[in-house]
Design a protein around this ligand. Structure first.
Ligand SMILES: Cc1cc2nc3c(=O)[nH]c(=O)nc-3n(C[C@H](O)[C@H](O)[C@H](O)COP(=O)(O)OP(=O)(O)OC[C@H]3O[C@@H](n4cnc5c(N)ncnc54)[C@H](O)[C@@H]3O)c2cc1C
Length: 357
Protein backbone atom coordinates (compact mmCIF):
# COMPACT_ATOMS: atom_id res chain seq x y z
CA UNK A 1 0.00 0.00 0.00
CA UNK A 2 1.38 3.45 -0.93
CA UNK A 3 0.66 5.65 2.14
CA UNK A 4 1.07 8.92 0.22
CA UNK A 5 0.22 8.27 -3.42
CA UNK A 6 0.21 11.17 -5.85
CA UNK A 7 -3.33 10.15 -6.72
CA UNK A 8 -5.78 8.11 -4.66
CA UNK A 9 -8.75 6.80 -6.63
CA UNK A 10 -11.70 5.56 -4.58
CA UNK A 11 -13.75 3.02 -6.52
CA UNK A 12 -12.65 0.59 -9.22
CA UNK A 13 -15.74 0.59 -11.44
CA UNK A 14 -15.22 1.87 -14.99
CA UNK A 15 -14.71 5.49 -13.86
CA UNK A 16 -12.08 4.65 -11.25
CA UNK A 17 -10.15 2.21 -13.43
CA UNK A 18 -9.97 4.68 -16.27
CA UNK A 19 -8.89 7.50 -13.96
CA UNK A 20 -6.20 5.28 -12.43
CA UNK A 21 -4.93 4.16 -15.84
CA UNK A 22 -4.74 7.71 -17.20
CA UNK A 23 -3.00 9.17 -14.14
CA UNK A 24 -0.51 6.26 -13.96
CA UNK A 25 0.21 6.63 -17.68
CA UNK A 26 1.34 10.20 -16.91
CA UNK A 27 3.97 8.77 -14.56
CA UNK A 28 2.21 9.45 -11.25
CA UNK A 29 2.07 7.02 -8.34
CA UNK A 30 -1.55 5.87 -8.24
CA UNK A 31 -3.35 3.83 -5.63
CA UNK A 32 -6.90 2.75 -6.53
CA UNK A 33 -9.06 0.95 -3.98
CA UNK A 34 -12.46 -0.70 -3.91
CA UNK A 35 -14.49 -2.21 -1.09
CA UNK A 36 -15.59 -5.10 -3.29
CA UNK A 37 -13.67 -8.36 -3.10
CA UNK A 38 -13.25 -8.56 -6.90
CA UNK A 39 -13.85 -6.28 -9.91
CA UNK A 40 -17.46 -5.79 -10.94
CA UNK A 41 -19.00 -8.43 -8.67
CA UNK A 42 -21.72 -8.72 -7.66
CA UNK A 43 -22.93 -7.32 -10.99
CA UNK A 44 -25.45 -4.49 -10.54
CA UNK A 45 -26.13 -3.68 -14.16
CA UNK A 46 -28.33 -4.45 -17.18
CA UNK A 47 -25.08 -4.63 -19.19
CA UNK A 48 -25.92 -2.68 -22.37
CA UNK A 49 -23.36 -0.31 -23.87
CA UNK A 50 -23.49 1.62 -27.14
CA UNK A 51 -21.27 0.31 -29.95
CA UNK A 52 -19.39 3.63 -29.93
CA UNK A 53 -17.66 2.54 -26.73
CA UNK A 54 -15.50 0.27 -28.92
CA UNK A 55 -13.66 3.44 -29.94
CA UNK A 56 -12.57 4.08 -26.36
CA UNK A 57 -11.98 0.58 -25.01
CA UNK A 58 -9.91 -1.90 -27.02
CA UNK A 59 -10.78 -5.58 -26.74
CA UNK A 60 -14.53 -5.19 -26.20
CA UNK A 61 -15.33 -8.40 -28.08
CA UNK A 62 -13.70 -10.43 -25.30
CA UNK A 63 -16.08 -9.02 -22.67
CA UNK A 64 -19.20 -8.94 -24.84
CA UNK A 65 -21.93 -11.60 -24.70
CA UNK A 66 -23.77 -10.52 -27.85
CA UNK A 67 -24.51 -7.66 -30.23
CA UNK A 68 -27.60 -5.44 -30.11
CA UNK A 69 -28.89 -3.88 -33.32
CA UNK A 70 -32.21 -2.25 -32.37
CA UNK A 71 -34.47 -1.10 -29.55
CA UNK A 72 -38.13 -2.07 -29.13
CA UNK A 73 -40.31 0.16 -26.95
CA UNK A 74 -43.79 -0.82 -25.77
CA UNK A 75 -46.18 1.56 -24.00
CA UNK A 76 -48.75 0.05 -21.60
CA UNK A 77 -48.54 -3.49 -23.07
CA UNK A 78 -49.17 -2.14 -26.57
CA UNK A 79 -47.27 -3.18 -29.70
CA UNK A 80 -43.56 -2.42 -29.67
CA UNK A 81 -42.24 0.48 -31.72
CA UNK A 82 -38.89 -0.24 -33.33
CA UNK A 83 -35.84 2.01 -33.24
CA UNK A 84 -33.83 0.28 -35.96
CA UNK A 85 -30.46 1.99 -35.71
CA UNK A 86 -29.45 1.26 -32.12
CA UNK A 87 -26.14 -0.62 -32.23
CA UNK A 88 -24.56 -1.84 -29.05
CA UNK A 89 -23.16 -4.70 -27.07
CA UNK A 90 -24.34 -6.71 -24.12
CA UNK A 91 -21.41 -6.92 -21.75
CA UNK A 92 -20.15 -9.48 -19.37
CA UNK A 93 -20.02 -6.58 -16.88
CA UNK A 94 -17.78 -8.30 -14.35
CA UNK A 95 -15.37 -9.20 -17.16
CA UNK A 96 -15.51 -5.62 -18.48
CA UNK A 97 -14.70 -4.13 -15.09
CA UNK A 98 -11.87 -6.67 -14.63
CA UNK A 99 -10.47 -5.77 -18.07
CA UNK A 100 -10.34 -2.07 -17.14
CA UNK A 101 -8.64 -2.87 -13.83
CA UNK A 102 -6.03 -4.95 -15.68
CA UNK A 103 -5.42 -2.01 -18.03
CA UNK A 104 -4.89 0.32 -15.06
CA UNK A 105 -2.39 -2.13 -13.57
CA UNK A 106 -0.58 -2.36 -16.92
CA UNK A 107 -0.08 1.40 -16.74
CA UNK A 108 1.47 1.03 -13.28
CA UNK A 109 -1.47 1.79 -10.97
CA UNK A 110 -1.73 -0.24 -7.77
CA UNK A 111 -5.28 -1.62 -7.50
CA UNK A 112 -6.49 -3.06 -4.18
CA UNK A 113 -9.82 -4.78 -3.55
CA UNK A 114 -11.53 -5.53 -0.23
CA UNK A 115 -10.33 -2.07 0.83
CA UNK A 116 -13.14 0.22 1.96
CA UNK A 117 -13.02 3.93 2.69
CA UNK A 118 -14.58 4.55 6.10
CA UNK A 119 -14.38 8.35 6.08
CA UNK A 120 -12.98 11.31 4.19
CA UNK A 121 -11.68 14.10 6.39
CA UNK A 122 -11.92 17.87 5.78
CA UNK A 123 -8.11 17.96 5.37
CA UNK A 124 -8.18 15.36 2.55
CA UNK A 125 -7.05 12.49 4.77
CA UNK A 126 -8.82 9.28 3.76
CA UNK A 127 -9.39 6.73 6.52
CA UNK A 128 -9.81 3.10 5.52
CA UNK A 129 -11.90 0.51 7.33
CA UNK A 130 -8.72 -0.86 8.95
CA UNK A 131 -7.96 2.67 10.31
CA UNK A 132 -5.06 3.32 7.87
CA UNK A 133 -5.01 6.99 6.89
CA UNK A 134 -3.96 7.88 3.34
CA UNK A 135 -2.86 11.39 2.39
CA UNK A 136 -2.88 11.70 -1.40
CA UNK A 137 -1.87 14.83 -3.33
CA UNK A 138 -5.03 14.50 -5.45
CA UNK A 139 -8.16 12.55 -4.53
CA UNK A 140 -10.48 11.13 -7.19
CA UNK A 141 -13.94 9.99 -6.11
CA UNK A 142 -15.23 7.28 -8.45
CA UNK A 143 -17.20 5.57 -5.72
CA UNK A 144 -20.60 5.40 -7.34
CA UNK A 145 -24.01 6.99 -6.78
CA UNK A 146 -23.65 7.32 -2.99
CA UNK A 147 -20.09 8.62 -3.10
CA UNK A 148 -18.41 9.32 0.24
CA UNK A 149 -15.79 11.42 -1.51
CA UNK A 150 -18.54 13.46 -3.17
CA UNK A 151 -20.34 13.93 0.16
CA UNK A 152 -17.10 15.31 1.67
CA UNK A 153 -17.10 18.16 -0.89
CA UNK A 154 -20.89 18.64 -0.75
CA UNK A 155 -21.68 16.91 -4.06
CA UNK A 156 -24.53 14.51 -3.33
CA UNK A 157 -26.80 12.71 -5.80
CA UNK A 158 -30.21 13.56 -4.36
CA UNK A 159 -32.38 12.21 -7.16
CA UNK A 160 -32.02 8.43 -7.47
CA UNK A 161 -33.89 5.73 -9.33
CA UNK A 162 -34.07 2.45 -7.45
CA UNK A 163 -33.95 -0.77 -9.44
CA UNK A 164 -34.66 -4.47 -9.16
CA UNK A 165 -33.46 -6.95 -11.76
CA UNK A 166 -33.66 -10.69 -12.28
CA UNK A 167 -31.81 -13.01 -14.62
CA UNK A 168 -34.06 -15.33 -16.65
CA UNK A 169 -33.61 -17.87 -19.43
CA UNK A 170 -34.14 -16.65 -23.00
CA UNK A 171 -35.61 -19.43 -25.16
CA UNK A 172 -34.91 -17.68 -28.50
CA UNK A 173 -31.98 -15.53 -29.60
CA UNK A 174 -32.92 -11.83 -29.62
CA UNK A 175 -31.05 -8.82 -31.00
CA UNK A 176 -32.98 -5.95 -29.39
CA UNK A 177 -33.17 -4.21 -26.06
CA UNK A 178 -36.85 -4.17 -25.04
CA UNK A 179 -38.17 -1.21 -23.07
CA UNK A 180 -41.51 -1.15 -21.24
CA UNK A 181 -43.05 2.24 -20.46
CA UNK A 182 -46.19 2.81 -18.45
CA UNK A 183 -47.95 4.35 -15.51
CA UNK A 184 -46.81 1.38 -13.41
CA UNK A 185 -43.20 2.59 -13.57
CA UNK A 186 -43.13 6.16 -12.20
CA UNK A 187 -39.86 7.92 -12.97
CA UNK A 188 -38.47 4.86 -14.70
CA UNK A 189 -39.20 1.92 -16.98
CA UNK A 190 -38.94 -1.82 -17.38
CA UNK A 191 -36.30 -3.56 -19.51
CA UNK A 192 -35.55 -6.93 -21.03
CA UNK A 193 -31.98 -7.05 -22.32
CA UNK A 194 -30.87 -10.30 -24.01
CA UNK A 195 -27.53 -11.82 -23.14
CA UNK A 196 -27.14 -14.90 -25.36
CA UNK A 197 -29.24 -17.65 -23.73
CA UNK A 198 -30.27 -15.56 -20.70
CA UNK A 199 -31.66 -12.04 -20.23
CA UNK A 200 -31.65 -9.25 -17.68
CA UNK A 201 -35.24 -8.35 -16.80
CA UNK A 202 -35.57 -5.34 -14.56
CA UNK A 203 -37.43 -2.26 -13.42
CA UNK A 204 -36.43 1.15 -12.21
CA UNK A 205 -38.69 3.64 -10.46
CA UNK A 206 -38.29 6.90 -8.60
CA UNK A 207 -36.86 6.16 -5.15
CA UNK A 208 -40.07 7.19 -3.31
CA UNK A 209 -41.97 4.41 -5.18
CA UNK A 210 -39.46 1.64 -4.46
CA UNK A 211 -42.14 -0.44 -2.69
CA UNK A 212 -43.74 -1.21 -6.08
CA UNK A 213 -40.56 -2.69 -7.55
CA UNK A 214 -41.04 -6.24 -6.37
CA UNK A 215 -44.74 -6.76 -7.27
CA UNK A 216 -44.43 -4.97 -10.60
CA UNK A 217 -41.35 -6.91 -11.62
CA UNK A 218 -43.15 -10.14 -10.75
CA UNK A 219 -46.11 -8.99 -12.88
CA UNK A 220 -43.87 -8.12 -15.84
CA UNK A 221 -42.02 -11.43 -15.50
CA UNK A 222 -45.32 -13.37 -15.38
CA UNK A 223 -46.57 -11.62 -18.51
CA UNK A 224 -43.38 -12.28 -20.51
CA UNK A 225 -43.21 -15.88 -19.30
CA UNK A 226 -46.84 -16.43 -20.37
CA UNK A 227 -45.93 -15.09 -23.80
CA UNK A 228 -43.10 -17.63 -23.93
CA UNK A 229 -40.50 -14.86 -24.22
CA UNK A 230 -38.57 -15.75 -21.06
CA UNK A 231 -38.27 -18.69 -18.68
CA UNK A 232 -40.25 -18.93 -15.44
CA UNK A 233 -37.29 -19.65 -13.20
CA UNK A 234 -35.44 -16.76 -11.58
CA UNK A 235 -31.73 -17.46 -12.06
CA UNK A 236 -30.41 -14.47 -10.09
CA UNK A 237 -31.32 -11.14 -8.46
CA UNK A 238 -29.65 -7.77 -8.42
CA UNK A 239 -30.45 -4.09 -8.08
CA UNK A 240 -28.96 -0.79 -7.08
CA UNK A 241 -29.39 2.95 -7.32
CA UNK A 242 -28.92 5.12 -10.39
CA UNK A 243 -28.35 8.89 -10.11
CA UNK A 244 -30.79 10.69 -12.40
CA UNK A 245 -30.67 14.27 -11.16
CA UNK A 246 -27.98 15.39 -13.59
CA UNK A 247 -24.37 16.49 -13.38
CA UNK A 248 -22.97 17.59 -10.03
CA UNK A 249 -20.11 20.00 -9.45
CA UNK A 250 -17.29 17.51 -10.00
CA UNK A 251 -14.41 19.27 -8.27
CA UNK A 252 -13.62 20.80 -4.92
CA UNK A 253 -11.04 21.01 -2.16
CA UNK A 254 -10.43 19.25 1.11
CA UNK A 255 -7.84 21.43 2.80
CA UNK A 256 -4.98 21.67 0.31
CA UNK A 257 -6.05 18.51 -1.56
CA UNK A 258 -7.86 18.91 -4.88
CA UNK A 259 -10.77 16.50 -5.33
CA UNK A 260 -12.27 15.34 -8.62
CA UNK A 261 -15.39 13.20 -9.07
CA UNK A 262 -16.10 10.90 -12.01
CA UNK A 263 -18.86 8.60 -13.24
CA UNK A 264 -21.94 8.09 -11.07
CA UNK A 265 -20.23 9.99 -8.24
CA UNK A 266 -20.43 13.06 -10.48
CA UNK A 267 -24.08 12.36 -11.43
CA UNK A 268 -23.20 11.36 -14.98
CA UNK A 269 -25.82 8.66 -15.58
CA UNK A 270 -28.38 9.71 -18.20
CA UNK A 271 -31.45 11.08 -16.39
CA UNK A 272 -33.92 9.22 -18.65
CA UNK A 273 -32.18 5.97 -19.62
CA UNK A 274 -29.98 5.57 -16.54
CA UNK A 275 -27.07 4.56 -18.78
CA UNK A 276 -23.79 5.50 -17.15
CA UNK A 277 -21.04 3.10 -18.24
CA UNK A 278 -19.82 5.11 -21.23
CA UNK A 279 -19.91 8.35 -19.23
CA UNK A 280 -17.96 6.65 -16.44
CA UNK A 281 -15.27 5.58 -18.93
CA UNK A 282 -15.03 9.05 -20.48
CA UNK A 283 -15.17 11.09 -17.30
CA UNK A 284 -12.73 8.75 -15.53
CA UNK A 285 -10.20 9.25 -18.31
CA UNK A 286 -10.66 13.02 -18.14
CA UNK A 287 -10.37 13.04 -14.34
CA UNK A 288 -7.10 11.08 -14.51
CA UNK A 289 -5.75 13.53 -17.08
CA UNK A 290 -6.88 16.49 -14.95
CA UNK A 291 -5.10 15.06 -11.89
CA UNK A 292 -1.90 14.71 -13.93
CA UNK A 293 -2.27 18.24 -15.30
CA UNK A 294 -2.83 19.68 -11.83
CA UNK A 295 0.23 17.91 -10.40
CA UNK A 296 2.14 19.10 -13.46
CA UNK A 297 1.50 22.68 -12.37
CA UNK A 298 -1.66 23.55 -14.34
CA UNK A 299 -3.67 25.37 -11.70
CA UNK A 300 -6.78 25.53 -13.90
CA UNK A 301 -6.96 21.78 -14.49
CA UNK A 302 -10.00 21.19 -12.27
CA UNK A 303 -11.97 24.04 -13.85
CA UNK A 304 -11.06 22.71 -17.26
CA UNK A 305 -12.29 19.26 -16.25
CA UNK A 306 -15.65 20.75 -15.23
CA UNK A 307 -15.86 22.56 -18.58
CA UNK A 308 -15.14 19.35 -20.48
CA UNK A 309 -17.93 17.56 -18.60
CA UNK A 310 -20.31 20.44 -19.27
CA UNK A 311 -19.51 20.33 -22.99
CA UNK A 312 -20.02 16.58 -23.13
CA UNK A 313 -23.19 16.19 -21.07
CA UNK A 314 -25.11 19.36 -20.30
CA UNK A 315 -27.15 19.68 -23.49
CA UNK A 316 -28.23 16.02 -23.50
CA UNK A 317 -28.92 16.03 -19.76
CA UNK A 318 -30.96 19.25 -19.92
CA UNK A 319 -33.31 17.65 -22.43
CA UNK A 320 -33.52 14.44 -20.41
CA UNK A 321 -34.19 16.29 -17.15
CA UNK A 322 -36.95 18.31 -18.79
CA UNK A 323 -38.65 15.16 -20.17
CA UNK A 324 -38.30 13.35 -16.87
CA UNK A 325 -39.72 16.26 -14.88
CA UNK A 326 -42.80 16.45 -17.11
CA UNK A 327 -43.59 12.79 -16.52
CA UNK A 328 -43.02 13.06 -12.78
CA UNK A 329 -45.19 16.19 -12.57
CA UNK A 330 -48.01 14.22 -14.17
CA UNK A 331 -47.59 11.40 -11.65
CA UNK A 332 -47.47 13.95 -8.81
CA UNK A 333 -50.78 15.38 -10.02
CA UNK A 334 -52.25 11.89 -9.58
CA UNK A 335 -52.71 11.34 -13.32
CA UNK A 336 -51.21 8.63 -15.49
CA UNK A 337 -49.08 10.02 -18.32
CA UNK A 338 -50.81 9.28 -21.64
CA UNK A 339 -49.09 7.61 -24.61
CA UNK A 340 -48.14 10.97 -26.16
CA UNK A 341 -46.36 12.01 -22.98
CA UNK A 342 -44.62 8.66 -22.71
CA UNK A 343 -43.38 9.01 -26.29
CA UNK A 344 -42.10 12.51 -25.59
CA UNK A 345 -40.28 11.10 -22.57
CA UNK A 346 -38.35 8.29 -24.21
CA UNK A 347 -35.26 8.43 -26.46
CA UNK A 348 -36.67 5.89 -28.95
CA UNK A 349 -39.35 8.29 -30.23
CA UNK A 350 -38.89 11.36 -32.47
CA UNK A 351 -41.07 13.38 -30.06
CA UNK A 352 -38.31 13.14 -27.44
CA UNK A 353 -35.87 14.86 -29.79
CA UNK A 354 -38.25 17.60 -30.89
CA UNK A 355 -38.90 20.89 -29.17
CA UNK A 356 -40.15 20.65 -25.60
CA UNK A 357 -43.85 19.62 -25.80
C1 LIG B 1 -29.65 -2.30 -12.09
C2 LIG B 1 -28.80 -1.36 -12.90
C3 LIG B 1 -28.73 -1.50 -14.28
C4 LIG B 1 -27.89 -0.67 -15.03
N1 LIG B 1 -27.80 -0.89 -16.38
C5 LIG B 1 -26.96 -0.13 -17.12
C6 LIG B 1 -26.79 -0.41 -18.52
O1 LIG B 1 -27.35 -1.37 -19.08
N2 LIG B 1 -25.96 0.40 -19.22
C7 LIG B 1 -25.30 1.45 -18.65
O2 LIG B 1 -24.57 2.17 -19.35
N3 LIG B 1 -25.45 1.73 -17.33
C8 LIG B 1 -26.24 0.95 -16.56
N4 LIG B 1 -26.36 1.20 -15.22
C9 LIG B 1 -25.58 2.30 -14.63
C10 LIG B 1 -24.11 1.89 -14.54
O3 LIG B 1 -24.00 0.65 -13.88
C11 LIG B 1 -23.33 2.97 -13.78
O4 LIG B 1 -23.59 4.22 -14.37
C12 LIG B 1 -21.81 2.68 -13.84
O5 LIG B 1 -21.50 1.50 -13.15
C13 LIG B 1 -21.05 3.86 -13.23
O6 LIG B 1 -19.69 3.53 -13.11
P1 LIG B 1 -18.83 4.13 -11.91
O7 LIG B 1 -17.45 3.62 -12.10
O8 LIG B 1 -19.07 5.58 -11.81
O9 LIG B 1 -19.48 3.52 -10.60
P2 LIG B 1 -19.60 1.97 -10.10
O10 LIG B 1 -19.55 1.04 -11.25
O11 LIG B 1 -20.77 1.98 -9.20
O12 LIG B 1 -18.27 1.78 -9.27
C14 LIG B 1 -18.11 2.39 -8.01
C15 LIG B 1 -17.20 1.51 -7.19
O13 LIG B 1 -16.91 2.20 -5.97
C16 LIG B 1 -16.85 1.26 -4.95
N5 LIG B 1 -17.08 1.93 -3.67
C17 LIG B 1 -18.21 2.57 -3.25
N6 LIG B 1 -18.05 3.05 -2.01
C18 LIG B 1 -16.80 2.71 -1.63
C19 LIG B 1 -16.06 2.91 -0.42
N7 LIG B 1 -16.59 3.57 0.62
N8 LIG B 1 -14.80 2.42 -0.37
C20 LIG B 1 -14.25 1.75 -1.42
N9 LIG B 1 -14.93 1.53 -2.57
C21 LIG B 1 -16.17 2.00 -2.67
C22 LIG B 1 -17.93 0.24 -5.28
O14 LIG B 1 -17.67 -1.01 -4.67
C23 LIG B 1 -17.84 0.18 -6.80
O15 LIG B 1 -17.06 -0.89 -7.27
C24 LIG B 1 -27.17 0.37 -14.41
C25 LIG B 1 -27.24 0.54 -13.02
C26 LIG B 1 -28.03 -0.32 -12.28
C27 LIG B 1 -28.09 -0.15 -10.78
Amino acid sequence: MIATPDVLVVGLGPAGSRAAARAAKAGLSVLAIDRRAAPGTPVQCAEFVPALLDQDVAGMAAVSRQRITRMLTAIEDGPAAETPDFPGRMLDRAGFDALLVARAEEQGATCRFATAVASVGPDGGVTLADATVLRPRVLIGADGPRSRVGAAIGAVNRDLVETRQIRVALPRAHDATDIFLGAAYPGGYGWLFPSADVANLGLGVVASARAVLKPRLIALHDRLAEQGRVGRAVLGHTGGAIPVGGRLAASGWLGAVPVLLAGDAAGLAHPVTGAGIAAAVHSGTLAGAAAAAWLGGEGGAAAEYEEELADLYDAAFARALDRRRRLLDRHAAGEAPDAAMQRAGWIGFPEYWGRSP
